[in-house]
Design a protein around this ligand. Structure first.
Ligand code: ADP
Ligand code: MG
Length: 246
């Protein structure tokens, strides 16, 4: 359902992603792991076109874009592909001047032009899904980090994206608050939400992901099921990284 072919991303002279090809099935959950600076965030940002790949192609459902150096991609194509993704950030990034439900409704009302009643009903449904319905009218500043992240997940899911992208969704949270976010993500995974997440949190990766992709130096060093990768990594670089975490 998501197909990345020969994705390369360059920032000036810095080749940050080198020839990344990945195929992600509908309903699959992929964890991107690896050392800091390895290209995890850049890869996520390329999937939703917050960064435009230098070359390669991305297919998401029925939308496909080929990236050719020196040939800018049209804004319409970017919008079409981006609307099939939802993104969750490490630092939640809720709109501070909107309540929890306001955050979830915002994109539906302003971008998709849904009537407020319909957007409110959809937002409430999603807040229930992430266990935040009781805080619908709360301001972000009054919520814990775990609660803010759960609202951010609801917001990302509001327009029914084909894929939920999460960049270090638990990294800013104490273990206890991280746990409530892991629980929400693992429930979404069980319900068949297609997800790609960058994470340092091996517990999150092993509980939620069916595929782990180990990225280092902008290349896919190794990929496979979480058990295999974490207990019997094949590549030296993967072994070192796993050892460094324990
Ligand atoms: P990770 O998420 O695995 O820590 P990143 O994708 O953030 O890795 O970074 C990979 C490399 O890309 C790093 O060398 C980083 O400095 C570089 N990089 C990321 N974003 C930019 C940018 N906007 N401009 C220039 N270099 C960038
Ligand atoms: Mg990162």
């Amino acid at each position: 359902m998501i197909e990345l072919e020969h994705i390369e991303k360059r920032f000036g002279d810095n080749l940050v992603l080198r020839d990344i090809s990945l195929q992600l099935a509908e309903g699959s959950v992929t964890a991107l792991v690896g050392p800091s600076g390895g290209g995890k965030s850049t890869l996520l940002r390329c999937i939703n076109l917050l960064e435009i790949p230098t070359s390669g192609s991305i297919r998401l459902g029925t939308e496909k874009i080929d990236f050719v150096p020196g040939k800018p991609v049209g804004w319409d194509a970017i919008q079409k592909l981006r609307r099939q993704t939802g993104m969750v950030f490490q630092n939640f990034q809720l709109f501070p001047h909107q309540t929890a439900i306001g955050n979830v409704m915002e994109g539906l009302v302003t971008v998709l032009k849904w009537p407020a009643d319909k957007a409110r009903a959809r937002a409430m449904e999603l807040l229930e899904k992430v266990g935040m319905a009781h805080k619908a009218d709360a301001w972000p500043a009054t919520l814990s980090g775990g609660q803010q992240q759960r609202v951010a997940i609801a917001r990302a899911l509001a327009p029914s994206p084909r894929v939920l992208l999460c960049d270090e969704p638990t990294s800013a949270l104490d273990p206890e608050l991280a746990e409530e976010v892991v629980e929400v993500l693992s429930r979404l995974a069980r319900e068949g939400t297609t997800m790609v997440m960058a994470t340092h949190d091996l517990r999150l990766a092993s509980r939620v992901a069916d595929t782990v992709v180990f990225l280092d130096g902008g290349v896919v060093v190794e990929q496979g099921g979480p058990r295999g990768i974490f207990s019997t990594p094949q590549q030296e670089r993967t072994k070192k990284f796993i050892a460094s975490l324990s």
